[in-house]
Design a protein around this ligand. Structure first.
Ligand SMILES: Cc1cc2nc3c(=O)[nH]c(=O)nc-3n(C[C@H](O)[C@H](O)[C@H](O)COP(=O)(O)OP(=O)(O)OC[C@H]3O[C@@H](n4cnc5c(N)ncnc54)[C@H](O)[C@@H]3O)c2cc1C
Length: 88
């Protein structure tokens, strides 16, 4: 998703393929799981940002940013990647 955000910022054509659902790994964390995030004085590279510290709030924050950026993954499980000219 961070790569998609960056691709969008650069005006590149891209597609996000997602086998399950956006942020599936975090969505599947146990209910109420505390999230260990980055130190508050660290500014991560990339445009996603997080303030929340509990699973549900983290998912909500990420989803808000994904939707605002208009990133809509195609729900597909990728089985194989091939290069064809400039395309993967
Ligand atoms: C139990 C647990 C607790 C954790 N707690 C923390 C924490 O507190 N703090 C922290 O910073 N990190 C934590 N992590 C680590 C954190 O979840 C991962 O570092 C982070 O999710 C990795 O992000 P990612 O986007 O690289 O990969 P992922 O989040 O794994 O995303 C990969 C995505 O690709 C999709 N996918 C997989 N295969 C295919 C395919 N063939 N075709 C299409 N889509 C596919 C998956 O559905 C998934 O949505 C935890 C991880 C686990 C498992």
């Amino acid at each position: 998703m961070a790569a998609a955000l960056e691709a969008k910022r650069l005006g590149l054509r891209f597609v996000v393929f997602e086998a399950s659902q956006p942020f599936a790994t975090i969505v599947n964390f146990p209910k109420g799981k505390p999230i260990y995030t980055y130190p508050t004085d660290l500014k991560p590279a990339g445009d996603f940002s997080l303030q929340a510290a509990v699973k549900e709030d983290v998912v909500a924050e990420l989803e808000t940013q994904r939707i605002a950026a208009g990133i809509e993954p195609k729900q597909v499980r990728i089985e194989q990647l091939e290069r064809k000219g400039d395309l993967i």
